[in-house]
Ligand binder design. Structure first.
Ligand code: AMP
Length: 538
């Protein structure tokens, strides 16, 4: 017998309807690409999103068509995103930091029909346009007064394009499993792969993100999503904030410490989210200018492991609660968050920091487990490491146009991360499976060695790779970039690590380099390092 409840489809644009109706006066504040601060509220954002939907409909865009954006976090990007989804088209967020060839591959693979683009990226698009036959129109996210002279074919200023339509339009209706978003992941090998979010997965993921032990937004919050909308839905904030009626502050192109501090202060922001690099910039700015963070309550840090010194500075010096988060594009992206449970609040400070440096616990709607190389379940003892598998309604089952299901027979997705899980459910990433270092039959956590090394005075960035070794199979080599002006030596770094990590984890050698190779999402390209240091001898 089936239940007798309404078959009410979970459609992502209804989130904006809810925000407009119940929190219509709550603001979105944008640092506009043209310079000034711009303010709009959810009521008006919805009307503009409806106009985007109507204008796209008039252009002949319909269900299943891909419409791309290459844009920072702004109000215009947000209303475009909802307008595209609201007619059943697919909002394809492009990461402008990708290499040109990757962008060309992605846009052609997705067969994007229209590209909405920020002023910042017009030169980039001009260089690529000849290789993008599917794009019929370039809509520059600005007004006529700021419209640049451009060689882009069929280019129009967003505000002029929008001026031709009113908001007298109804969202289209369709099945909740209809695709809503597309975001390509850039692995270190092979072509980027398209992750396709559905309306249902976006709504469920937004609800999940609003659980109190995740980001727990409410209508009292003012949230600054620094994490870009092109990096896996700005960690759900573009859904969870309007769902909760939280005000949003959009940083535009200003991601440096000074610009972020200005917004935190002037807009009295209490929640924010970004990768560690951004927080590093903010911490430097605070220290150099002797500033405090009186309004900021909570920050989410993820995308890469949060270094200890960052956690300690934010929590202990500036009084900001850090939520360490782990996830991936394929997971919408949130997988775990590290808010402490009540019994853990009374632990000594150092133990609390230790616990919070783990990547955290799963919210309801994410399941996870670790398995050995043969797929056997491993214990949750906080020590045993294994392949981290996940499943849930906002986790990918296949990549765009690749057909093949990427799950095992029990629907588990292999994240490619190596982790342990303790009895309380806290997961700790120790490595990517491609990067693990096996020494004397045991795994060395390169992440832990790197994050400890970053605590050494004068070290800006650190990466550990395994070098083949006749006796131990592999031994770790630490590669370090110095902070500007620092003269820190290999010996000093090694001496610093003594006593802070297991003795046999201490790298065999330290090499100092000018810079490390990064991917478009800011991750260190260890494959490049392994190539560069191939044949290295200790
Ligand atoms: P992406 O899909 O680009 O967001 O990359 C996802 C990958 O980033 C994960 O599989 C992890 O390897 C890594 N990652 C994300 N968050 C964390 C974190 N808090 N600590 C360590 N690694 C992380």
């Amino acid at each position: 017998m089936l239940g007798l409840m309404q078959n009410y489809p979970l459609l992502a644009h209804t989130i904006l309807d809810h925000a407009a109706l119940n929190h219509g006066d709550r603001e979105m504040v944008t640092r506009a690409i043209e310079g000034p601060i711009r303010r709009i509220n959810y009521h008006d954002l919805r009307l503009r999103a409806l106009r985007v939907a109507k204008a796209l409909h008039n252009e002949g865009i319909s269900t299943g068509d891909r419409v791309a954006t290459m844009a920072w976090n702004t109000d215009r990007h947000f209303e475009t995103w909802y307008g595209v989804m609201g007619i059943g088209a697919i909002c394809h967020t492009l990461n402008p930091r990708l290499f040109a060839e990757q962008l060309v591959y992605i846009i052609n693979h997705a067969e994007d029909k229209i590209l909405f683009i920020d002023l910042t990226f017009v030169p980039l698009a001009e260089a690529l346009a000849a290789k993008l036959p599917s794009i019929k129109k370039y809509i520059i996210l600005t007004d006529e007064a700021h419209m640049p002279a451009t060689t882009l074919p069929n280019a129009v200023a967003y505000e002029s394009w929008l001026a031709g339509v009113d908001a007298d339009f109804a969202w289209h209706s369709f099945d909740e499993n209809t695709a809503a978003g597309l975001c390509y992941t850039s692995g270190t090998t092979g072509n980027p792969k398209g992750v396709v979010y559905s309306h249902r997965s976006n709504v469920l993921h937004g609800l999940m993100a609003n659980q109190p032990d995740v980001f727990g937004l409410t209508s009292k919050h003012v949230v600054l999503p620094i994490v870009p909308m092109f990096h896996a839905n700005a960690w759900a904030l573009t859904f969870s904030a309007p769902m909760a009626g939280a005000s949003m502050v959009m940083p535009g192109a200003g991601m440096d410490g000074k610009s972020i501090y200005e917004l935190l202060d002037s807009e009295k922001i209490n929640v924010s989210a970004a990768v560690p690099t951004v927080w590093l910039g903010l911490l430097q700015h605070l220290e150099e200018n002797n500033l405090q963070l009186p309004y900021l309550d909570t920050v989410a840090i993820g995308g890469a492991a949060c270094p200890r010194m960052m956690m300690e500075a934010l929590e202990l010096k500036y009084g900001v609660e850090v939520i360490h988060a782990w996830g991936m594009t394929e997971m919408s992206p949130i997988g775990t968050t590290g808010k402490l449970k009540s019994a853990e609040e009374s632990l000594p400070v150092a133990e609390k920091i230790d616990l919070k440096l783990k990547q955290g616990r799963t919210p309801y709607l994410v399941e996870m487990k670790i398995v050995d190389d043969d797929g056997n379940d491993l214990p949750r003892d906080g020590v045993t490491s294994g392949h981290l598998l996940v499943r849930g309604p906002a986790i990918s089952s296949a990549y765009f146009k690749l057909g093949e299901i990427i799950l095992d027979e029990d629907n588990w997705f292999d994240t490619g991360d190596i982790a342990n899980i303790n009895a309380g459910g806290y997961m700790q990433i120790t490595d990517r499976d491609k990067d693990v270092i096996k020494s004397g039959g045991e795994w060395i956590s390169s992440i832990e060695v790197e994050n400890t090394a970053i605590g050494c005075e004068g070290v800006a960035e650190a990466a550990v790779i395994g070098i083949p070794h006749p006796k131990w199979t592999e031994r770790p080599l630490l590669i370090v970039v110095r902070k500007p002006g620092s003269e820190v030596t290999a010996e000093e770094v090694l001496a610093y690590l003594e006593g802070k990590i297991a003795k046999w984890w201490i790298p065999e050698a330290v090499e100092i380099v000018d810079e490390l190779p990064h991917t478009a999402t800011g991750k260190i390209q260890k494959m490049e390092l392994r190539k560069k240091f191939g044949g290295y001898e200790f």
